[in-house]
Design a protein around this ligand. Structure first.
Ligand SMILES: Nc1ncnc2c1ncn2[C@@H]1O[C@H](COP(=O)(O)OP(=O)(O)OP(=O)(O)O)[C@@H](O)[C@H]1O
Ligand SMILES: [Mg+2]
Length: 521
């Protein structure tokens, strides 16, 4: 019954040193959800960016309802009814939801005043209709990641897009938000809209998609109906023959009892406010030892973000203590925290990298004034100035690229030209190479493919085995259970329980996460 809406034929797109898309054929049916799978750097985002007019293909043709089109810009794409929500959101922080949505789409020139109220009403209606709750008057900077994504989706709907492209929408969402998103997607589908759904999570793809296309190294390796395939077939398509080697059971939590552990990080009665000035941390207390991964389990929005920010100098606590090897470091700036050897793997890529900088510049962020990257002692005439040692920086970056398997043609590539997963690897490379005493890792595997996730897990365990203390905050309970030696449950801005991972169960953690009812009074 369903007819073809979008057809892409023989699309090729090259970047210096890499063929991002290699003669790709792809067809999107109307009223269907089409999953796009593939490992980091496979070419998913590039292909969809071509459909959205962000890149021009080197060759190939695009048809919409059998008419050939040329999509020179996103404006043309929007005109054609194509909308895209990117891996990294493109909202303006200090504008409201409504302002963001109507940005570039203000009603005609004849009107002097933009009718924001009318727009806000329409946004409110769309938000209700599709079950995508968000306050049209709220400033974007006060929204959670999930809410920001809803704004991006509402923006497409406001522009009456019929073809919706979602680039890894679930990697930043909690389980509950994922369910809400899926139900919205089903409504879109019922209305005849077509959806491209990019994900790394096979289970999700199988659950929500009608059809799945798999890319590998820029080529289509397969196209299957979702109900005629399964996880293992998809995995095999994604990673090819290398799969057998990787799929070994993770046996990470090996504790060597001969090791003397000492307390590295001590947090005592820590309190902090959120962006709106409301209490977010209500007296957090915990300890992380050397040779230990302490996992923090919890439902998103229970203070995890604020805890990480407070520990890494991005937010000032209002009470409590943070001690690193006995030294009080509460309230230090982010730069001082780096100096104190706290590594930070942030929850969202956009916070960890400067996108218009090269890999080299990003590699030394935070340590760019230190030897060997800058000459020391500083030239006495320029107070506080420093001279960069380009050769050392290049050599260092090349080492990171190799060691962390970052797929790029050159150490001078601008970071925004890397695939999402490779950007994530860059952050890890930088942070783990600083010889930290403690690593604060917040959702470190978000947006990574199977191989990438395993790699990050291995790296964290390796750091732990070397004696590093690791604080792992993740919404993914399986990840927490697999890696942690002890598990703290965070609820309502407090640590409500700390469990040994050998003796606790998923059910116990789950109920603590939901209500924290075991909280001692
Ligand atoms: N603007 C650009 N300049 C140079 N190279 C680019 C650019 N955009 C993408 N690439 C390269 O093209 C290849 C495909 O990238 P793409 O972003 O499509 O991957 P992806 O499948 O979306 O991966 P991920 O799952 O990690 O997001 C990668 O090797 C990437 O580094
Ligand atoms: Mg991508």
């Amino acid at each position: 019954m369903s007819e073809l809406t979008v057809q892409v034929k023989g699309i090729t797109k090259k970047f210096p040193g890499v063929i991002a898309n290699d003669n790709i054929d792809f067809a999107l049916k109307s009223g269907s959800i089409h999953g796009l799978l593939g490992e980091n750097g496979a070419g998913k985002t590039v292909l969809m960016s071509i459909l959205y007019g962000l890149y021009q293909p080197d060759s190939g043709r695009i048809f919409i309802n059998d008419t050939e089109v040329e999509i020179q810009s996103p404006a043309v794409a929007i005109e054609l009814g194509i909308g895209m929500v990117h891996q990294h959101f493109m909202l303006v922080d200090n504008l409201t939801v409504t302002e963001n949505i109507i940005l570039g789409r203000e009603p005609s020139k004849a009107k002097i005043f933009i009718d924001t109220q009318k727009a806000a009403r329409k946004i409110g209606e769309l938000s209700k209709q599709y079950g995508l709750p968000v306050d049209p008057e709220a400033k974007v900077q006060h929204l959670s990641v999930g809410e920001q994504q809803r704004v991006e989706i509402l923006k497409m709907l406001y522009r009456e897009a019929d073809i919706l492209i979602l680039d890894e929408p679930t990697s930043v969402l909690s389980q509950k938000e994922i369910e809400a998103l899926f139900s919205a997607l089903k409504t879109f589908k019922k209305q005849g809209k077509s959806i491209v759904f990019i994900t790394h999570k096979l289970r999700e793809a199988l659950e929500i998609c009608d059809e799945i296309t798999v890319l590998r190294r820029g080529k289509v390796v397969g196209n299957v109906e979702a109900d005629e395939t399964n996880e293992s077939q998809l995995t095999e398509m994604m990673v090819g023959s290398e799969f057998g080697i990787r799929n070994s059971e993770c046996r990470f939590r090996i504790l060597d009892f001969g090791i003397k552990q000492e307390i590295v990080l001590e947090v005592d009665g820590l309190k902090a406010l959120d962006d709106r000035g409301l209490p977010a941390l209500n007296g957090v207390s915990l300890e992380v030892k050397s040779h230990e991964i302490l996992g923090i389990a919890g439902v998103q929005g229970n203070g995890q973000t604020e805890l990480v920010q407070t520990l890494t100098g991005l937010r000032k606590p209002i009470a409590g203590e943070i001690r690193l090897n006995g030294r009080d470091i509460a309230g230090l700036s982010a730069r001082e925290m780096i100096k104190a050897k706290i590594a930070h793997i942030p929850d969202r890529l956009s916070r960890g990298l400067i996108f218009d900088f090269t890999l080299e510049e990003n590699a030394i962020l935070g340590v760019h004034r230190n030897p060997p990257f800058a000459n020391s002692p500083y030239p006495p005439l320029r107070k506080g100035g420093f001279v960069q040692n380009r050769r050392a920086i290049t050599a260092y970056t090349k080492r990171l690229i190799k060691k962390f398997g970052i797929r790029t043609s050159d150490s001078k590539t601008i970071v925004s030209g890397l695939s999402g997963g490779n950007q994530q690897r860059m952050i890890l490379a930088r942070e783990l190479s600083k010889k930290p005493k403690i690593i604060v890792a917040f959702q470190p595997t978000v947006g990574l493919d199977v191989a990438g996730i395993e790699y990050v897990h291995e790296q964290l365990v390796k750091m732990k085995n070397k004696g590093c203390a690791v604080l792992l905050i993740s919404m993914d309970l399986d990840e927490i259970i697999m890696l942690s030696d002890r598990i703290a449950v965070m609820y309502g801005g407090e640590i409500v329980a700390i469990k040994e991972s050998e003796t606790t169960t998923k059910a116990e953690l789950g109920s603590l996460m939901l209500g924290g009812y075991l909280r001692p009074t």
